[in-house]
Design a protein around this ligand. Structure first.
Ligand code: KG4
Ligand code: ZN
Length: 340
C-alpha cells in the first residue's frame, strides 16, 4: 500500500493529486489561464507567481478531499520537466520541501510521460506494448511504451509547432479569441473538410526517410495564412467554416496516419491519446474510426485528465514507486526541454 502525492506545475496549471494503489483519491487543479488570456499567450512570470500562491491551498484541498493528512503520504512525485523553468521551479521546490519535511522519497518525473500514464487510472493497466500520442498546446510526441515506469521511447515529435499551438495560430489569423483551438474545432464541424486541399506536412515518402514519426505543422499553418490573405487581398469573403474544416482535417490526418503506421510497424494493438488537444473532435473521430478499422483499441481518458493536472503525475509516480525505481536526490534541478 503506497499513497503517492503528485505535483504538477509545468505551465499554467497547479495540480495536486493523491493516488493509492492505482486508485485516484483526489485531484485538484488551479489554473492561471484567465490571467494570461489578455496577453494572447502564457506569460511565464505571471504563471510562476500564480503557482507560488496556489500550491499550498491546492495541496490542502487535495488532502481534505481525500480525507488524508500529510503524514499519510508515502512518496512525493513531481513533474521536473519539460516546461517553463520558473513554473517548474516552484513545483519542484515545494516537492523537495515536502519530501524533506515528511522524510519520504522524492521522484522527479517527466510531464509528457505523465500525459500517457494517467490513462491507467481510468482504463486500467497498459498491455506490455502500448503506443501513446501526446498532443497539447505545448507538445506533440509519439511514444512507444514498453513499461510506463522504466521504458518509454520517443519515436517522434513535432519539429516546429505543437498541434494545439497550430490551431491557436490559425484561430488568431481568423480573428477568433485565444486560445483559438476549441473555436476552430467548433467552426470546423460546420464546414467542408475537402473544400481546400491544404498540405499534409512531412508525410511525403521523401520526408519519411528522415523523419518517419516526426511531425511539422508550421508549413500547414503558413499555407492557411497564404490562402486566407490571398482571398482577403482580392476582396472575397473568407469561408471560415471551410478553412477550419480543411485545416482540422489535415492535422487529424497527419496525426492519425503516422500514429497508426507506428502501431503497425511496432506490432502494437493499444493506442492511448493524451494531452489537452485530445479534446479535438476531428482527431477523436478519425482516430476512433481508423483505429477500429485497423483492429487497434484506442483509449482516450476523459478531458479533465487530458489537460494538465496532478493525477497524471501521481499516476506516473505510483508506477515508478511500484517498479522500485531509485528515488531522486534532493539536489534535482528542473529541465525545460527534458528528454524522455
Ligand atoms: O494540454 P493543454 O490544456 O495545455 C497545454 O498546452 O499544456 O492543451 C491546450 C491546447 C491549446 O492549444 C488549445 O487551443 C488546444 O489544446 N485545444 C484544442 C481543443 N481543445 C483544446 N484544439 C483543437 N480543438 C479542441 N477542441
Ligand atoms: Zn501538458
Amino acid at each position: 500500500m503506497a499513497l503517492v502525492l503528485g505535483l504538477e506545475s509545468t505551465c499554467d496549471e497547479t495540480g495536486v493529486a493523491l493516488v493509492e494503489d492505482g486508485e485516484l483519491l483526489a485531484d485538484v487543479v488551479a489554473s492561471s489561464m484567465d490571467e494570461h488570456a489578455r496577453f494572447g499567450g502564457i506569460v511565464p512570470e505571471v504563471a510562476s507567481r500564480a503557482h507560488l500562491e496556489a500550491v499550498v491551498p491546492t495541496l490542502d484541498e487535495a488532502l481534505s478531499r481525500a480525507g488524508r493528512t500529510l503524514s499519510d503520504v508515502d512518496a512525493v512525485a513531481v513533474a521536473s520537466g519539460p516546461g517553463l523553468v520558473g513554473s517548474l521551479t516552484v513545483g519542484v521546490s515545494a516537492a523537495k520541501a515536502l519530501s524533506l519535511g515528511l522524510g519520504r522519497p522524492l521522484y522527479g518525473v517527466n510531464h509528457v510521460i505523465g500525459h500517457a500514464a494517467v490513462d491507467q487510472l481510468v482504463h486500467g493497466r497498459f498491455p506490455d506494448r502500448t503506443m501513446a500520442l501526446v498532443v497539447s498546446g505545448g507538445h506533440t510526441s509519439l511514444l512507444m511504451v514498453d513499461d510506463i515506469a522504466t521504458n518509454v521511447t520517443e519515436l517522434g515529435h513535432t519539429l516546429d509547432d505543437a498541434a494545439g499551438e497550430a490551431f491557436d495560430k490559425v484561430g488568431r489569423l481568423l480573428g477568433l479569441p485565444y486560445p483559438g483551438g476549441p473555436h476552430v474545432d467548433r467552426l470546423a464541424r460546420e464546414g467542408d473538410p475537402e473544400a481546400i486541399p491544404f498540405p499534409r506536412g512531412l508525410s511525403r515518402p521523401k520526408d519519411m526517410v528522415h523523419h518517419a514519426y516526426d511531425f511539422s505543422f508550421s508549413g500547414l499553418k503558413t499555407a492557411v495564412a497564404r490562402w486566407v490573405e490571398a482571398r482577403r487581398a482580392s476582396g472575397q469573403d473568407i469561408p471560415v467554416e471551410d478553412v477550419c474544416a480543411s485545416f482540422a482535417a489535415a492535422v487529424a490526418d497527419v496525426l492519425v496516419t503516422k500514429t497508426l503506421n507506428a502501431c503497425r510497424e511496432h506490432d502494437v494493438e493499444t493506442l492511448v491519446i493524451g494531452g489537452g488537444f485530445s479534446a479535438n473532435s476531428q482527431l477523436r473521430e478519425l482516430a476512433q474510426a481508423r483505429g477500429e478499422a485497423a483492429g487497434i483499441d484506442v483509449r482516450i481518458p476523459p478531458l479533465r485528465y487530458c489537460t494538465d493536472n496532478g493525477a497524471m503525475i501521481a499516476a506516473l509516480g505510483s508506477a515508478v514507486v511500484e517498479a522500485g525505481v531509485k528515488p531522486s536526490t534532493l539536489g534535482i534541478g528542473v529541465d525545460s526541454s527534458m528528454p524522455l
